[in-house]
Design a protein around this ligand. Structure first.
Ligand SMILES: Cc1cc2nc3c(=O)[nH]c(=O)nc-3n(C[C@H](O)[C@H](O)[C@H](O)COP(=O)(O)OP(=O)(O)OC[C@H]3O[C@@H](n4cnc5c(N)ncnc54)[C@H](O)[C@@H]3O)c2cc1C
Length: 269
C-alpha cells in the first residue's frame, strides 16, 4: 500500500507576531514544530504500516526550514520526505496551497492508495486544505476519521461529525482527514533519528509541476483571499463586586450569567 501524508510546519508558540502592513504571520520570527494534528495523521499511516507493508511518503509545502518536519516524520517511521518549495509558492492562501499540493502530488506520480491530512492546522485553522485537494484530484474523501481499516479495494472508516457517527466504505484511492482523537502519536525513535537525520529530502519546485494551469493557481497570484485585518483577540478581565443579601447576590449573579449566555434561560422566561 502507498500512503502520502501532508504535514505542515507551524509556529510553536501562541505569541507569533503579525506584520502590521500585510496582516500576515511573521513566520520567520517564530520557533516552529510539526502541526500537532499532522502527527496524528502520520500515526494513522504508521498504524497501517504496522499491520501490513506500506510505503509512507510525507510532503510539505513551505520554506527550506520545513525540512525539519519531514526529518521528524522519517524518525517516526515514514519512508520518504518531499519538500515543495519555491519563491513562486509564497503568499498562498488555502486555495493556492491546495492547488500547489495537488499539482505536486500529480507530479510525484506515486500510485497512492491513500492521501492523509490532519484535521486542521494550529495556525491557519481552516480545515479546508484536505477536502480541497481531494476535489482538485477528483478523488473521494471523508473528514474527521477516528477509525480506519484497510480492505483490498476500499477502506472502512468511522468518522464523528458533531454527535453523529458515520461508518462508511470508501474506494481507494481516497483522501481522509484524521480526527485529533484517532490515536496518541508515537514518539520519534532516537536510533531512527540518528539513522534518518541525513536522509536526502527530495525538493519539488515550480519547474517540476507539469500542469499547464499551474502558474495561475499558485502563490499570491492564485490566492483570491486577501487579509483585511488580523489581530490577536483582546482579553478583557471584568470584575464586579456583588453586595447585599445572599439571595440578592445569587439572583444578580444568575441574571448576569444568563445575559452572558453562560447558562440557559428557561424557555418560559
Ligand atoms: C492572503 C493569504 C496569504 C498567505 N500567505 C502565506 C504565506 O506566505 N506563507 C504561509 O505559510 N502561509 C500563508 N498563508 C496561510 C496559508 O494560506 C494557510 O496556512 C494554508 O493555506 C493552509 O491553510 P490552513 O493552515 O487553514 O490549513 P488546514 O486546511 O487547516 O489544514 C488541514 C491539513 O492540510 C494539510 N496542509 C495544510 N497546509 C499544508 C502545507 N503547507 N503543506 C502540507 N500540508 C498542508 C495538513 O495535513 C493539515 O493538517 C496565507 C493566507 C492568506 C489568506
Amino acid at each position: 500500500m502507498k500512503i502520502i501524508v501532508c504535514i505542515k510546519q507551524v509556529p510553536a508558540t501562541q505569541n507569533v507576531q503579525i506584520d502590521p502592513k500585510t496582516g500576515s504571520l511573521m513566520r520567520w520570527a517564530a520557533t516552529t514544530k510539526m502541526n500537532p494534528f499532522d502527527l496524528v495523521a502520520l500515526e494513522a499511516a504508521l498504524q497501517l504500516k504496522d499491520k501490513s507493508s506500506a510505503e509512507i511518503t510525507v510532503i510539505t509545502m513551505g520554506p527550506n526550514a520545513a525540512k525539519a518536519v519531514l526529518t521528524e516524520a522519517l524518525s517516526m517511521g515514514a519512508d520518504k520526505g518531499i519538500l515543495i518549495s519555491d519563491k513562486a509558492f509564497a503568499g498562498a492562501d488555502v486555495l493556492a496551497t491546495s492547488h500547489t499540493l495537488s499539482y505536486a502530488i500529480e507530479a510525484l506520480k506515486i500510485d497512492y492508495d491513500l492521501l492523509l491530512c490532519g484535521q486542521q492546522t494550529t495556525d491557519g485553522d481552516t480545515a479546508q486544505v484536505g477536502p480541497s485537494i481531494a476535489a482538485l484530484l477528483n478523488i473521494p474523501h471523508i473528514s474527521y476519521v477516528r477509525k480506519l481499516i484497510s480492505n483490498p479495494n476500499t477502506f472502512t472508516v468511522e468518522s464523528i461529525i458533531n454527535d453523529d457517527r458515520l461508518i462508511a466504505e470508501i474506494k481507494k484511492p481516497c483522501l481522509l482527514t484524521i480526527d485529533k482523537d484517532f490515536a496518541q502519536a508515537r514518539y520519534p525513535s532516537y536510533w531512527k533519528l540518528i539513522e534518518t537525520i541525513n536522509t536526502p529530502i527530495q525538493i519539488i519546485t515550480l519547474a517540476d509541476l507539469k500542469n499547464p494551469d499551474t502558474i495561475n493557481h499558485i502563490g499570491q497570484a492564485g490566492s483570491p483571499t486577501s487579509v483585511l485585518k488580523i489581530y490577536p483577540p483582546v482579553h478583557e478581565v471584568i470584575s464586579k463586586k456583588l453586595s447585599g443579601k445572599s439571595k440578592d447576590i445569587v439572583n444578580e449573579l444568575v441574571d448576569y450569567l444568563k445575559d452572558e449566555h453562560l447558562i440557559e434561560r428557561n424557555s418560559h422566561e
